[in-house]
Design a protein around this ligand. Structure first.
Ligand code: G6P
Length: 483
């Protein structure tokens, strides 16, 4: 077992956001989202672990300025204050539009952000300084710890391994988990070499680089070989570079089933179920952030195509789309949110009647309604262009009560584990998705039941606890192998 007290978790998103109530008291809300929920499990398991993250709200900044560690429930948190314009360049100009777009294969599209001009500035004045802040805060947290372990998470922090090694040398064990897809080397060539090579060189200062799927791990090793000339052992999962050996592993992230079962029976969810159950006909559901990678617009078009090809389905199905606002300060995201509204409206206009609205679109963060929808869907659409894992597919499969059918993009990380009992779709092909929606909604009951049961079992056989345990095991093995 890894030395418990010596663990430091670092991510851009914090597990809680602080605010001030009207009476002037400090309050907080726990952060939502798959990554933060998963890291909560890591933090709980590694008792005494410290979690370093960016200060996001005004009150967070006040917390960041207070000395020492902030203890909230079972968490120990250190918030890092960034210069606001550096943070804006990192989050809104470099990490989300550029790295996120490239890694999700969203480049060559009319709405992709332009490269050049501001890119170098965003890298030098945004990405590097914020990463340096994380590295310094981590170095500080490590001082005095024995056998320290640093768990770095996701694409906002790619330069931290290198900057941290500059501060503290080779002693801490660094594991870097990339939660989004790692595409084939050719896609990385979209980025200027100072970014793509800088990112690879830095990641290779870690001891373990981890992904959700074997495909991403393979792509990472191919990128290190092709773009840096590193020596790679794809079978053994190792990259040798700069006199060091880095292990490359895949650990499919999962959920805490008990947490979702409990949420499913909460009064808020039971209340929302009244709304969900009153929608006419069979229920097609999607739950996503308003993100281009989630492919929401094509999902509506595919549904429209299905209604066009199968007029007998009109009036007999409702598509409930729970789409949460996300990254709204980035122009491409704001435009996409509009495109989502427009395309839902187009389907309603083309097929709706006075008594039937084909699409019910809600663009708010409404967790109880999402869980109510998970419980009641007949078909769930997860048609991401690419997705690191997609936890919606797993959360929903565990609490669904209707033998609902999962329609799953072959480019979602979850496809590696769930493909045998989902209906696989090509996220670019409208006909393929329309056919899958129709098949899901007309599938015989016995087949639905068999698939739903198998999906649930697949999720229960690899929970968030297993995800954490597998990483802890490999970190201990790595420490032993190189000590
Ligand atoms: C994805 C990323 C996470 C990120 C989350 C929410 O799951 O892998 O790193 O935290 O999206 O995005 P946000 O930009 O709101 O943190």
């Amino acid at each position: 077992m890894v030395h418990r007290g010596g663990m430091v978790i670092v991510s851009n998103r914090a597990p809680v956001t602080f605010s001030r109530s009207e009476s002037g008291e400090r309050t907080y809300s726990r952060g939502a989202g798959g990554l933060v929920t998963a890291l909560n499990a890591v933090s709980r398991r590694a008792e005494g672990a410290l979690w370093i993250a960016s200060a996001a709200s005004e009150e967070d900044v006040r917390v960041a300025r207070e000395p020492g560690v902030c203890e909230i429930e079972d968490l120990r948190i250190v918030l890092v204050e960034h210069d606001p314009s550096a943070y804006d360049l990192m989050y809104n100009h470099l990490a989300n539009p550029l790295l996120w777009f490239v890694q999700h294969g969203l480049y060559d599209l009319p709405y992709a952000p332009e490269l050049g001009g501001e890119t170098l500035r965003a890298w030098e004045e945004g990405y590097l300084p914020t990463n340096r802040n994380f590295a310094r805060a981590t170095a500080e947290a490590l001082s005095g710890l024995e056998s320290p372990v640093v768990l770095l998470h996701d694409y906002h922090l790619y330069m931290v391994p290198e900057l941290l090694r500059e501060e503290v040398g080779e002693e801490p064990l660094i594991s870097f988990f990339v939660h989004i897809p790692w595409p084939e080397p050719g896609l990385w060539r979209v980025l200027p070499s100072y970014i793509r090579e800088g990112v690879l060189r830095s990641l290779l200062r870690s001891d373990i680089v981890a992904f959700h799927t074997r495909r991403y791990a393979r792509n990472f090793m191919a990128s290190a070989a092709e773009l840096l000339g590193a020596e790679v052992d794809p079978r053994g999962g190792a990259v040798r570079w700069g006199g060091r050996e880095v292990w490359v592993r895949s650990y499919p992230i999962s959920i805490d089933p008990a947490e979702f079962e409990e949420a499913a029976e909460s009064p808020e969810v039971l209340r929302e179920e009244e709304y969900v159950r009153n929608l006419p006909g069979a229920l097609l559901v999607r739950v996503d952030r308003a993100d281009l990678s989630k492919n929401v617009v094509r999902g509506f078009r595919a549904y429209g195509r299905m209604l066009e090809l199968h007029p007998e389905m009109r009036g007999r199905v409702t598509f409930l789309a729970q789409v949460q606002p996300s990254r709204g300060d980035i122009p491409e995201y704001a435009a996409y949110a509009e495109a989502i509204r427009r395309s839902a409206g187009e389907v309603n206009e083309a097929f709706g009647t006075p008594s039937w609205r084909p699409v019910e679109l809600s663009m708010q963060d409404n967790f109880p309604r999402s869980v109510a929808a998970y419980k009641n869907y007949d078909a769930l659409l997860v048609n991401a262009v690419r997705d690191g894992m997609n936890l919606v597919a797993k959360e929903a499969a565990v609490v669904n009560r209707k033998d609902g059918v999962l329609i799953l993009s072959e480019n979602a990380g979850a496809h590696e584990e769930l493909k045998d009992n989902a209906l696989s779709v090509n996220p670019f092909d409208l006909d393929d998705q329309a056919a899958a929606i129709h098949r899901a909604l007309t599938m015989p009951a016995a087949e639905r039941a068999r698939r739903a049961r198998a999906l649930r079992e697949a999720v229960l056989s690899n929970t968030i606890e297993d995800w954490v345990a597998a990483q802890m095991h490999d970190m201990a093995a790595r420490r032993k192998a190189f000590s």
